[in-house]
Design a protein around this ligand. Structure first.
Ligand code: CA
Length: 235
């Protein structure tokens, strides 16, 4: 499982359109997951933890608007960015979509490049870390192309798991994640690993990153988990 590309869930029941959208998203560097109706969509949101949902308005059984509301009602997915796709261009429908909690709205027919641009714009707004080739936090810099990491301008060697762990934490600075959440997001859903394994990798990450004269970059929250959190003077 590659966690380095943002995952976009496409909820759409027309196969040619699904194909067109997924092809163009993958070409633009995203991972595309597909759901064809509301039930599949809710399962896929749970299973794949997408970074954004492209949601068709007209779906069999349950409408896109209703799916949008369900995603917003669940505390785990409340902040998941949603773009609604629809053939309806009426102002009322646009407002209904945004009322139901959609972040943006694309009217069919759309050009693939327009859709990709809107996806990027919403991600940029909601998850600023995705738009960059380089992540920085405090005195830490991570180059996403070369996978080079440095702390206070000194290069740091990280194993692949520690790299993914640090990347995930840098994309969500200050937020506390439980071991289970880190396992799901960094290791992936399909792998069974003891939650305590997270502690081992956090320890390795700390050892590699906490160079002499630097502050501890990870805050351990008793019985809750971990957060990337270095002193205010850096942040
Ligand atoms: Ca449809």
């Amino acid at each position: 499982m590659n966690n380095l590309q943002p995952t976009i869930l496409i909820v759409e029941d027309e196969p040619p359109l699904v194909e067109l959208i997924s092809y163009n998203l993958e070409k633009a560097g995203f991972q595309a997951k597909i759901a064809r109706d509301g039930d599949e969509a809710m399962l896929a949101v749970e299973e794949h933890k997408p970074d954004l949902v492209l949601l068709d308005w007209m779906l069999p059984y349950v409408s896109g608007i209703e799916i949008c509301r369900r995603i917003r009602r669940n505390p785990d997915t409340r902040d998941l960015p949603i773009i609604i796709l629809t053939a309806r261009g009426e102002e009322d429908d646009r407002i209904r979509g945004l009322d139901a909690g959609a972040d943006d709205y694309v009217v069919k027919p759309f050009s693939p490049s327009e859709l990709v641009a809107r996806v990027k714009a919403v991600l940029r707004r909601t998850r600023p870390a995705f738009d960059k080739d380089q992540l920085t936090y405090g005195d830490i810099a991570m180059d996403l192309t070369t996978h080079r990491v440095s702390r206070a301008e000194a290069p740091v060697d990280l194993g692949p798991t520690e790299f993914r762990l640090l990347r995930f934490l840098m994309e969500h600075p200050g937020r506390v994640f439980s071991r289970e959440q880190l396992l799901d997001s960094v290791w992936g859903h399909d792998v069974y690993i003891e939650p305590r394994t997270v502690d081992v990798h956090i320890r390795r990450l700390r050892k590699a990153m906490n160079l002499p004269g630097t502050d501890d970059l990870i805050r351990t929250v008793r019985s809750a988990g971990y957060a990337l959190d270095i002193k205010d003077e850096y942040a």
